[in-house]
Design a protein around this ligand. Sequence first.
Ligand SMILES: [Zn+2]
Length: 377
Amino acid sequence: MRSHRAQDWIVLVLAAIVVVLSAARFAPASPTSLEVYPSPSLTRQTWLSDYNPALKGTPGDTPVLVFEGAEPGGTMLVLGGTHPDEPAGCAAALVLAENVMPEQGRVIVIPYANASGFTHNLPQEGHPSHYTLDTPNGRRTIPYGARLSNPVHQWPDPTVYVESVRGQKLAGVEARNLNRAYPGLQNGTLTSKVAYAITSLIREEQVDVSVDLHESSPEYPVNNAIVAHDRALDLAAITAVELELSGVAMNIEPSPESLRGFSHREWGDNTDTYAVLFESPNPAQGRLRGKTDEQLIIDGQDPMYVKASSRGRLYVPYTEEGTPLAMRVGRHIASIAALATSHTMLAPDRGIVLSGLPTYDELVSNGVGAYLSPGER
Ligand SMILES: [Zn+2]
């Protein structure tokens, strides 16, 4: 009898261990586990909740990294991970944060802008929760999330999402889309609190140039593009010429005045910053894709897209070589560098001079992992 009871206890304890271990395995990653290993130029690390205290202790709070050069100048803000299923955006922000050495001015980087979106995947997409890159000193795992904030953190969705500037009506799920939430609400939903904090940061830090890094599917018309606010169109045009000189072709798309809630529209209308958004082609988020796995994220090769390309259905060049992550991150990093150079040409007293960044060709040849830390292993 006594030994039966002891056995029962052992079974119960073992069951409890299994439950705790599997809960830890499947629990959503908390935003503090979103890794970034800043370059030695880091002068200040803070949190987004510094710009909206209502975010403190919520899953929307996320690290903000400030890098400052010796010579005073202007400030550039770079956001990765507005849409966590657009991996080149977050990866480029990480490459920037882990390598940049500003000589003049400041760069502020938010690699995981929608931290909540990194804690889940969109239903029925079959996306992996992360992907792994080889770095010179070990492997680095980067989360792959969803376009929207996690419904566990913001629920329920309204039937119709009414955006806050003009009252435009969108599908209810768009209430969790950070890039429909600007300029944001101080005490609104989690997503609008995040948007409010970013708009406040741009004002408080007197950000001259603000960049939102995105990707779009190869069949989407706005691609390999800079979307620019009206006031930022000249800057975008000079940036595109700079990029052309380094062999990177980029389209310019004016931010439509009628589309509200977008970063490139509301940052420009509600602050003094020059607002731009970059797009690169990501087959892992496209509707025409086949097998969806880590390989597709990293190699960007999909036979369905080769077929679609041969029938003239895509808006970007696409061959068997695909659109690898290294190429897409290369486009983003080259665009950030060209944007800084162009802004410095137009406003030398607010110059932003960046060094330490890999070139487009270096990223394409060496891969993204070559420019990331494996972290503390
Ligand atoms: Zn996007």
